[in-house]
Write a protein that binds this ligand. Structure first.
Ligand SMILES: CC/C=C\C/C=C\C/C=C\C/C=C\C=C\C(=O)SCCNC(=O)CCNC(=O)[C@H](O)C(C)(C)COP(=O)(O)OP(=O)(O)OC[C@H]1O[C@@H](n2cnc3c(N)ncnc32)[C@H](O)[C@@H]1OP(=O)(O)O
Ligand SMILES: NC(=O)C1=CN([C@@H]2O[C@H](COP(=O)(O)OP(=O)(O)OC[C@H]3O[C@@H](n4cnc5c(N)ncnc54)[C@H](OP(=O)(O)O)[C@@H]3O)[C@@H](O)[C@H]2O)C=CC1
Length: 321
């Protein structure tokens, strides 16, 4: 028995068993709740700008904010996509969603987009910097333009939108909540997405800096770091073959991907007056993935109770160093 368990352990250590798979099956402890969490009317008479709001997570945020009473503006490059999303959400919620074309890489376009927005709704109360560009690529294969494209969308785009709106809000003495969507690897860095990791880290530095500097103008700045949530935009560029999805899920302690509506509820809370004391916060929202990857001994989840008996006996038998 003991020899058999030792052999099993050796085979596990040499990688023939799934390194990340837990010895216990995931039993659906963490079902997602996808309805809007806040009180209806929380965002009545509020205007929310969501960059990249036409698709994926930005779209889900727009649905939730609109359900809660906000007048939303969604902005990105593809006007047709934006218009379709805006119409669908407006008719679903009864609250107007406006579509405004804007390439956030271009500061002049950003300024014109904000002119357009001011004419439509006035300056926003809620700003969600969600637009991004990313793809997995070995760093030695990146061209200068590939690097620059991601940095321009994510870091410069966020800065152009935030600074232009910030200046105008300060001028009008109007407070606002700014939120940036980054990633869990903004902190750790990550191979194969170096431009995105660098840009998202820059966004976090910008938001923490402005949280300190612009509180005096009535502006709050917060950050959400989502873990993996299925969207076409992300998954088609991060896992085009689908080969890595199971590996990812196996290392998430809650045993599943996140849902767009779950993230949208957190976004709504952090953008609402219920969070008016929250500024400079970085909230990781990843089902436990980050700590699961980081912990030195977390692979020991694969050790079975029988294997533990053998290991414990071996450890207890050892005397001295
Ligand atoms: C192990 C992983 C397992 C599972 C993963 C599963 C799920 C994901 C989990 C977590 C996700 C975590 C973080 C996600 C962060 C995100 O940001 S996801 C959002 C993704 N959405 C988008 O990217 C949408 C917008 N993207 C785009 O429009 C394009 O993809 C873009 C390339 C970013 C920009 O388009 P644009 O038209 O402006 O640019 P191009 O002219 O096409 O390209 C510019 C230069 O980049 C080079 N390029 C483009 N693609 C690639 C590539 N795949 N590899 C290498 N280089 C690329 C292109 O050649 C240009 O350079 P040049 O040729 O030198 O001119
Ligand atoms: N899904 C996930 O697992 C994770 C996502 N994230 C983050 O969540 C956010 C949303 O991603 P997700 O919804 O998954 O992916 P999407 O691809 O659906 O969203 C990205 C959005 O950004 C917009 N966009 C891209 N380039 C520009 C530009 N130059 N100017 C204006 N808008 C632009 C796109 O619209 P258009 O093409 O019309 O310009 C699109 O709507 C991103 O910040 C991403 O980094 C973070 C961690 C995990």
């Amino acid at each position: 028995m003991t020899d058999h368990v030792c052999l099993q352990l050796q085979s596990w250590l040499h990688g023939s068993a799934g390194l990340w798979s837990s010895s216990l099956p995931q039993t659906g402890f963490f079902p997602p709740l996808e309805n809007a969490m806040l009180l209806s009317g929380t965002f009545n008479n509020r205007v929310a700008l969501i960059t990249g709001g036409g698709t994926g997570l930005g779209r889900a945020m727009t649905v939730t904010l609109s359900q809660l009473g906000a007048q939303c503006i969604i902005a990105s490059r593809k006007l047709e996509v934006l218009q379709q999303t805006a119409e669908e959400i407006s008719s679903q919620t009864g609250n107007k969603v406006h579509a405004v074309q804007c390439d956030v890489r271009d500061p002049q376009a950003v300024s014109q987009c904000i002119d357009q927005m001011e004419a439509l709704t006035g300056l926003p109360d809620v700003i969600i910097n969600n637009a991004a560009g990313n793809f997995v690529c070995p760093s030695e294969r990146l061209s200068p333009n590939a690097w620059q494209t991601v940095i321009d969308i994510v870091l410069n785009g966020t800065a152009f939108v935030t600074l232009e709106l910030g200046k105008r809000l300060i001028q009008k003495q109007k407070g606002a909540s700014f939120l940036a969507i980054t990633t869990i690897y903004a902190e750790s860095g990550s191979g194969f997405v170096a431009p995105s990791a660098s840009a998202k880290a820059g966004v976090e530095a910008l938001y923490k800096s402005l949280a300190a500097e612009w509180g005096r103008y009535g502006h709050r700045f917060n950050i959400i770091q989502p873990g993996p949530i299925r969207t076409k935009g992300a998954f088609s560029r991060m896992d085009p073959t689908g080969a890595f999805e199971k590996v990812k899920i196996d290392r998430i302690p809650t045993g599943r991907l996140g849902k767009p509506a779950e993230l949208a509820n957190l976004v709504a809370y952090m953008s609402s007056d219920y969070a008016s004391w929250m500024s400079g916060a970085v909230i990781r929202f990843d089902g436990g993935e980050y700590v699961s990857i980081a912990g030195e001994f977390n692979e020991l989840r694969s050790v079975t109770p029988d294997q533990w008996k053998v290991m414990e006996a071996m450890i207890r038998k050892t005397k001295g160093s």
